[in-house]
Design a binder for this molecule. Structure first.
Ligand code: KIV
Length: 277
């Protein structure tokens, strides 16, 4: 468990400088945020993956700004140390710079996030610059862009060709120039991520992008074994909480159906947990 002062943007820059890895996981609610915060995770991302792992949609596209604000507020209440970053959902930063600013403002002001994340280069770079000049920290996101899933033809690895890798590096440089404080690199070859990481002053956070990034992020539900399907092959599973939840619910159902719960006296908690194994 890691306790201590709140992680802030300069701490992430200092970690890159020292060659210390940055650890980021997604969180969508108060309880999970508290647990991950206790574990010493540096950055909690309220990802719009919320739409897929919590709300059951096939893509992140249906996620609304209201939903993001609602979940960001819960995560912010649970994070005592971690930096909270909220995803700007689809079409909340592309329509105009004014809308981008207003929408990012809601995630900061109403949601309690310290920063926002937006996907892509090109127009997203302009939005990044506008937010940063208004005092809103921005994390970029390049490579596999889940909000462009239809254009990409599915959730598939990116920057496989040299020209695409060159474009990705140019986008990363433009985001850094626009004031982004870090960039997520998703599903790209390790060597491309290595080159981008070496070129930039700001930290890169990889997901399915090999070991050379300045930090790593995973969808918490995937690494905890809660996701039932659609888990990308690069994920390492550190627990099997999904199977434990099923076993616990089955044990409870069994006790209720056989009149073992509730009892008049209290059964010792250790015995209950032993029975659920
Ligand atoms: O929404 C999300 O969870 C993300 C991560 C995959 C980086 O953007």
């Amino acid at each position: 468990m890691t306790e201590g002062k709140r992680i802030r943007l300069p701490d992430l820059a200092a970690k890159k400088e020292r060659g210390e890895k940055i650890v980021m996981l997604t969180a969508y609610d108060y309880t999970m945020a508290r647990l991950l915060d206790r574990a010493g995770i540096d950055v909690l991302l309220v990802g719009d993956s919320l739409g897929m792992v919590v709300l059951g949609y096939e893509t992140t596209l249906p996620v609304t700004l209201d939903a993001m604000v609602h979940h960001t507020r819960a995560v912010s209440r649970g994070a005592a140390r971690a930096l909270v970053v909220a995803d700007m959902p689809f079409l909340t930063y592309q329509v105009s710079l004014e809308e981008a600013l207003r929408n990012a403002g809601r995630l900061i002001q109403d949601g309690g996030a310290a920063a926002v994340k937006l996907e892509g280069g090109g127009p997203a770079v302009e939005a990044c610059a506008r937010l940063v000049e208004s005092g809103i920290p921005v994390m970029g996101h390049l490579g596999l862009l889940p909000q462009s899933v239809h254009q990409l033809g599915g959730f598939r690895p990116q920057a496989q060709q040299e020209t695409d890798a060159g474009q990705l590096l140019a986008d990363a440089q433009a985001l850094e120039q626009a004031g982004a404080f870090a960039i997520v690199l998703e599903s790209i070859p390790a060597e491309v991520a290595r080159a981008v990481t070496a070129d930039l002053q700001i930290p890169t956070i990889g997901i399915g992008a090999g070991p050379y990034c300045d930090g790593q992020v995973l969808v918490s539900f995937d690494m905890l074994g809660l996701s039932q399907d659609g888990v990308p092959p690069f994920v390492r599973r550190y627990a099997d909480l999904g199977e434990q939840a099923v076993a616990a619910a089955q044990a409870y159902a069994d006790d209720v159906r056989n009149s073992r719960f509730p009892t008049v006296g209290r059964r010792k908690q250790d015995e209950v947990l032993a029975g659920a194994k």
